[in-house]
Ligand binder design. Structure first.
Ligand SMILES: *[C@@H]1O[C@H](CO)[C@@H](O)[C@H](O)[C@H]1NC(C)=O
Ligand SMILES: *[C@@H]1O[C@H](CO)[C@@H](O)[C@H](O)[C@H]1NC(C)=O
Ligand SMILES: *[C@@H]1O[C@H](CO)[C@@H](O)[C@H](O)[C@H]1NC(C)=O
Length: 853
């Protein structure tokens, strides 16, 4: 085991890291005087672009001058341009740079001047960047650094106990290399990023005397069991580049990270060291609940549970486990993607037995591209024909390799559902599932394996890497690039105070330091934390690299974005005819785009407070309309996105009370990429009027996990308001399609969670599509009467990978509050409906293992 440990203790992902990652930046348009926030999100979101000529539609947003006025605009001739074309695989293979040797002392983040300022904070001395050494932490392995680290986090007026949420007090807390001994939790307050030096990861060493929930606690419990932050609203936090060591503690206690979080959060590049052996009760991660989320590139040694997981939905990638009793215990969930999991020498790999066979706590789990070695039990489940709830414990296994696993899937009563192999053997399971499946011809549902029995190689190579796994990209740290190649926008004339017009300064910086010809040393344009107001479209040339500090904000304002006949994007990435790559991401955590609901947007609760008792919607007459669309992936686009959250706010993050608000965005994500490929990892689109995801004439799309929520106000107003259906954009026409529903029309007129038109080769490994409300009332959930239908598939175009079908795989499909989970139209015109009541009830959600069309 020792050689393994040594191997794993080296920097977990250095060999995988390239410098070349791209991040999307949002495109929003607002009417005059409305400031919409665009958050330069973080590292987790990559987009690769090569710009090409004219066929591309671009990003477009309409803004209404008046609620009653229809939007005007056309589709073909708009100057609202942008984007995208790429053969990503080609780009990626040429894009990795050999990692130059760099020493920890050269890490760019530690070596640059820190100019980021939180403009809305009342304390003008407030510091965004904090180095724990400046607050007294020694990092010498001897001194107790608990208080110093917590002082570094909490100093200045921050969002701690009793605050719930705030977007005005960010803190990036940096840990130089060292061994930081702690005796009580490091409390990661709201809007905090804890960042270690990735070139020599700091060790957080739990003292023998350690008392408390976990070495890092993202959501402390008070004495009466009450949380500091509401778990489903615990946004905006990142933890990365650490070693957390629990081995000095008593083996009977100790947790690395208490991670009770929601969207826009991440843990990345962390090693957990725990006691091994029979006595250990330690846990690397303890996640009790929340609404996440994404984490990746973690390594666990020892522990009773490497990771103890519980959350509504989550995406977890590139996790490695050694010598744990149970590597992964899923305590509860609706849907969970485990991708690229490597488990060595544990007793149990993945355990989903929580709750027992009569009350299965795990809704669904998808295990993809994974490996289990020298572990007696690969997966342990209690799902059986009569277990409850009927859809509980739904499991999809794709491309699992085992070696030295005695039982691959162990069922209730130690029944060996799938056997194993000898030490040193190699067996690969292409597909195996536990749950119900449907297909074009199997309309009543049956065993998922019957539906999927012809699944060999149905995933197109376009979506895979050279090793045959679905391609994924470790997030870039730019760790080998020295500080002098980072160009601070504040040092080059941008103000970032939320007042000044930074358009000219930002444009000049992008023109001067973007567009690095291939082969030359690129500059990284660094958006120091701030709120950058722009009044014109910003043009981003190809071969440009942009990083934000935490969630730097680009705020659009002014009349240029107010012309409904001529909608413009905030960012225009490339021009027709151009080719190249653009990387855009922010420094840590996910790209989160917050539309309304945060300070500075003027879309807060003063104007847009919910009005469920009124049929007149004052929000439509004042600035509560945020955007035409959140993200448009054009015909020639190919991109990788990771940990992306496209959120039209449902509540106010800053004002006291955090009231629910009604904000109107027409469309969520539209993907028209003709050949893709497009990857969406840990992806969410929420609260948009017509749809959250719409895929049109597209192929080679990977989605896992995607998550949506229908706007809470619908059906007051219904989905045909306030955005008219535009056929040029292939909008759903609710007025027409729901006309025959009569008294059910209001449930029919709800935003689609996922709409797939004339598309092939779509792979959803986990989709949580939720409708929690009818006009702000949750009474409909239990009766599945918040929404009539959630997923629509239209068109019978055949795949070029598997010619007999469209090759659309919806796996681990979870809906809430919805009567018809998915519907599709057959060539003969028959509409097939998969209903929650057709044996697909799960605990809180409803679950289908597979729909294969
Ligand atoms: C979250 O999980 C904890 C620990 O299991 C539990 O005590 C708490 O009640 C849960 N909170 C919610 C809101 O479900
Ligand atoms: C599907 O179920 C319905 C209702 O239970 C039944 O009438 C029908 O015959 C079934 N169809 C098939 C193909 O089994
Ligand atoms: C379906 O998509 C294909 C490929 O993009 C396209 O050629 C065809 O015109 C589309 N068909 C319809 C009916 O939109």
């Amino acid at each position: 085991m020792d050689d393994r440990r040594r191997r794993g203790h080296s920097d977990a992902s250095s060999s995988q890291e390239g410098d070349m990652y791209a991040k999307p930046i949002g495109f929003i348009n607002t009417r005059n005087r409305i400031y919409t926030l665009l958050t330069l999100g973080s590292i987790l979101c990559y987009m690769y672009y090569i710009f090409q000529s004219s066929s591309f539609h671009g990003y477009r947003f309409w803004v209404y001058d008046d609620a009653k006025q229809k939007p005007v605009g056309d589709t073909a001739s708009s100057t609202a341009t942008t984007v995208v074309e790429v053969d990503v695989t080609k780009v990626i293979s040429t894009v990795y740079e050999a990692a130059p040797t760099a020493s920890a002392s050269t890490f760019w983040l530690a070596n640059m001047e820190h100019r980021g300022v939180a403009p809305y904070h009342s304390d003008k001395q407030y510091k965004v960047f904090r180095n724990v050494r400046d607050y007294g932490a020694k990092g010498d392995g001897i001194a107790d650094d608990t208080n110093a680290i917590n002082l570094a986090i909490s100093s200045g007026s921050r969002c701690g106990e009793g605050c719930d949420s705030s977007t005005i007090s960010p803190a990036l807390v940096y840990f130089p290399p060292g061994r930081y001994r702690v005796s009580a939790p490091i409390v990661a307050m709201y809007y905090t990023q804890l960042v270690g030096n990735p070139l020599d990861k700091p060790v957080l060493l739990a003292a023998k005397s350690f008392k408390g929930m976990a070495v890092i606690d993202t959501d402390p419990y008070g004495p009466y069991g009450e949380n500091w932050y509401i778990n489903q609203n615990n946004f905006f936090r990142g933890i990365r580049n650490f070693v957390i060591d629990l081995t000095e503690m008593d083996p009977a206690e100790g947790v690395g990270i208490h991670h009770q979080v929601a969207q826009a959060t991440s843990i990345y590049n962390v090693i957990f060291k725990m006691h091994e052996g029979a006595e250990t009760k330690q846990k690397g991660i303890f996640m009790d609940n929340g609404s996440g989320g994404f984490l990746s590139s973690l390594t666990f040694y020892g522990g009773e549970f490497g990771a103890f997981f519980g959350n509504q939905q989550f995406t977890t990638i590139n996790l490695e486990f050694h010598n744990c009793k149970t590597a992964i215990f899923v305590n509860w969930d609706w849907v969970w993607l485990l991708k690229s999991i490597r488990i060595y020498n544990c007793e149990i790999g993945v355990d989903i037995t929580s709750g027992g066979p009569d009350k299965l706590g795990v809704g669904s789990v998808l295990l993809l591209d994974s490996y289990i070695e020298d572990t007696p039990t690969g997966i342990r489940t209690y799902r059986k024909t009569d277990s409850k709830p009927p859809a509980g414990g739904t499991l999809v296994v794709q491309n699992l390799q085992i070696s030295g696993v005695f039982t691959t899937v162990l069922g209730f009563g130690d029944e060996r559902l799938i056997g194993g192999n000898e030490q040193g053997g190699k067996t690969t399971f292409t597909f195996w599932g536990h749950g119900r499946g449907y297909s074009y011809d199997i309309r009543n549902g049956t065993d998922i394996n019957v539906v999927a029995d012809d699944t060999q190689d149905s995933i197109p190579t376009a979506l895979k890497d050279a090793a045959g796994k679905i391609l994924e990209r470790p997030r870039p740290l730019y760790r080998h690039i020295p500080a002098h190649r980072f160009v601070s926008v504040k040092a080059h004339g941008a103000i970032g105070d939320g007042q000044a017009d930074d358009t000219a300064a930002i444009q000049q910086i992008l023109s001067a330091y973007g567009n690095t010809p291939p082969g030359q040393e690129k500059k990284i344009i660094f958006f120091d934390y701030g709120v950058y107001r722009v009044s014109q479209t910003i043009y981003v040339p190809p071969n440009t690299y942009i990083v934000g500090e935490m969630w730097s904000v680009i705020m659009s304002s002014g009349s240029a974005f107010n012309d409904a006949d001529n909608p413009r994007p905030v960012f225009q990435v490339g021009k027709p005819g151009e080719e190249g790559i653009v990387e855009m991401y922010t420094h840590d955590v996910p790209l989160a785009r917050s539309f309304g609901g945060s300070h500075g947007t003027q879309l807060q609760s003063d104007h847009c407070r919910k009005t469920p008792d009124s049929k007149v919607h004052p929000g439509l007459g004042i600035p509560c309309i945020a955007a035409f669309m959140l993200l448009h992936i054009g015909k020639t686009a190919s991109l990788v996105m990771e940990n992306m959250w496209l959120w039209t706010s449902d509540h106010d993050l800053d004002a006291d009370g955090h009231d629910q608000i009604s904000i109107y965005t027409g469309r969520g994500l539209l993907c028209e990429a003709e050949t893709g490929p497009v990857w969406m990892y840990g992806h969410a689109v929420e609260h948009n009027v017509l749809y959250n995801y719409q895929l049109v004439d597209t192929k080679n799309i990977f989605m896992g996990v995607i998550q949506t929520e229908t706007p809470y106000y619908q059906s007051n107003p219904r989905a045909h308001e306030p955005f008219p259906s535009l056929s040029a954009w292939q909008d759903p026409d609710f007025t027409a399609s729901c006309a025959t529903e009569k008294d059910k029309a209001s449930l029919c007129e709800k935003s689609w969670g996922l709409r797939i038109l004339n598309s092939t080769d779509i792979f959803a490994f986990g989709a949580g599509l939720y409708s929690f409300f009818e006009n702000y009332d949750t009474a409909c959930i239990e009766k599945r009467a918040c929404q009539q239908t959630m997923v629509e598939v239209q068109g019978v175009r055949k795949s070029s990978t598997v010619s007999s079908r469209s090759n659309i795989w919806l796996m681990g499909l979870n809906t809430i509050g919805t009567e018809i989970m998915a519907a599709w139209t057959r060539a003969d015109g028959e509409v097939v409906q998969v209903k929650s009541a057709d044996g697909n009830r799960n605990a809180f959600s409803d679950t289908v293992g597979l729909i294969l069309l």
